[in-house]
Write a protein that binds this ligand. Sequence first.
Ligand code: 6PG
Length: 245
Amino acid sequence: MRPEIVVLSDSDALAREAAELFAKHAAAAVDSRGRFSVALAGGSTPGAMYRLLAEEPYGELIPWRGVHLFWGDDRCVAPDDSGSNFRLADEAFISRVPIPPDNVHRVRGELAPGVAARAYANALSDFFCGPHARFDLVLLGLGDDGHTASLFPGSDALQEKASLTAAVQAHYRGSPVDRVTLTLPAINSARHVLFLVSGSEKARIVRAVLEDDQGFYPVQEVHPTAGEITWLLDEAAASHLQRDD
Ligand code: 6PG
């Protein structure tokens, strides 16, 4: 199935559209299945959207008691570390909404990477009652090298076909950092994958991953087997795409 590509005027419009989609998917999932499972993205892009989730009108539309938060990846750092993707979301909305603490399933980054990855896999298996995750929604960003979550070019984690998580060492924008990531089996079992990409510095890689069929980028391995992909781009990030209009 071809991905849906939605181009928004700017990053604020992208954040609003993403918050609206989050609220829509959350309400639909809780209504039909009694709960909503979502894996959050890290990085700088989703922050504006996360803040909106705690504010009108989105905060009241989301059935927080049925929402279960996971992460697409996180650094192996303490939850109060400035590099923690959990802390990013906690400060932006988790600490501001009535979500039950037991519904927040963070990567325990304070543990050794391998231990944290196994603990996270166990939490996923417990939640999904078996070895396969089926997230209602997976939020993902895009790095300028074509990585997503913490699935980086050349990473062994890209070959993982069974485990839902992997411990990786990321050499990206600075010194190597230990991380835990969802693997492709976990991402590709999602009902809906939502990419959030903003800024002119992403225009080259957006065109490469969406229009060049010669390249090989980890993000191009995201193909939900029974799900949909939506790309939310702002005009700047979409500026190199061949436009249909
Ligand atoms: C992370 C993310 C990572 C991120 C991309 C884009 O933990 O950093 O999982 O995959 O989404 O690197 O990051 P920006 O949004 O900061 O460009």
